[in-house]
Write a protein that binds this ligand. Structure first.
Ligand SMILES: O=C(O)C(=O)C[C@]1(C(=O)O)C=C[C@@H](O)C=C1
Length: 168
């Protein structure tokens, strides 16, 4: 195969970035509703759903759970960063009403499928000793190609979201 691990990790990085883009919508919904950023019940259900779909692809439950915990932590980093920024600047940007449960969480669930698929397709390279370097560089490549829509907050969060990608 001519493509490098950095290239083959791109679908995983892209799906993580898409999940993080939804954090902006989640943050707006929480700004409007005043609900806390953290929802432990929802976190448990996200992780359980991911583990279940991972099992159907022969992925080990502990590593899938750890991967999705990192996805959730990074989502919260974006939410905390945006909400604080909006408090400092006197408000969130103008937006149409956002229904977290009816609209945004189903999109997060949809991206979960892409993430689990990408985990399955990168199984071998995720247990390679070079995995952590490859993942960090894959994020670097993604960010270089998407400079316009990744500010510092989302770049940091993208590294965080992929910090539990490797098997060792
Ligand atoms: O669904 C939410 O309420 C979110 O804030 C999203 C999310 C996630 O990343 O899936 C992140 C933080 C919450 O604790 C629960 C779930």
């Amino acid at each position: 195969q001519s493509s490098t691990p950095i290239d083959r990790l791109q679908p995983l990085v892209e799906a993580s970035a898409q999940r993080l883009a939804l954090a902006d919508q989640v943050a707006l919904a929480k700004w409007d509703s005043g609900m806390p950023i953290e929802d432990a019940t929802r976190e448990a259900s996200v992780i359980a759903g991911a583990v279940k779909s991972g099992e159907s692809k022969d992925l080990d439950s502990v590593s899938v759970a750890n991967f999705f915990k990192a996805q959730i932590e990074s989502n919260k980093i974006v939410q905390y960063g945006l909400l604080a920024k909006w408090r400092r600047s006197g408000g969130a940007p103008k937006h149409a009403p956002i229904d977290l449960v009816a609209t945004i969480r189903p999109q997060l669930d949809w991206i979960q499928i892409a993430l689990v698929t990408a985990l399955a397709e990168t199984k071998a390279m995720r247990s390679d000793p070079a995995c952590k370097d490859d993942v960090a560089k894959a994020v670097g490549k993604y960010l270089a190609l998407h400079k316009r829509n990744a500010d510092a907050l989302h770049a940091i969060a993208l590294d965080r979201s992929l910090a539990a990608t490797c098997a060792r």
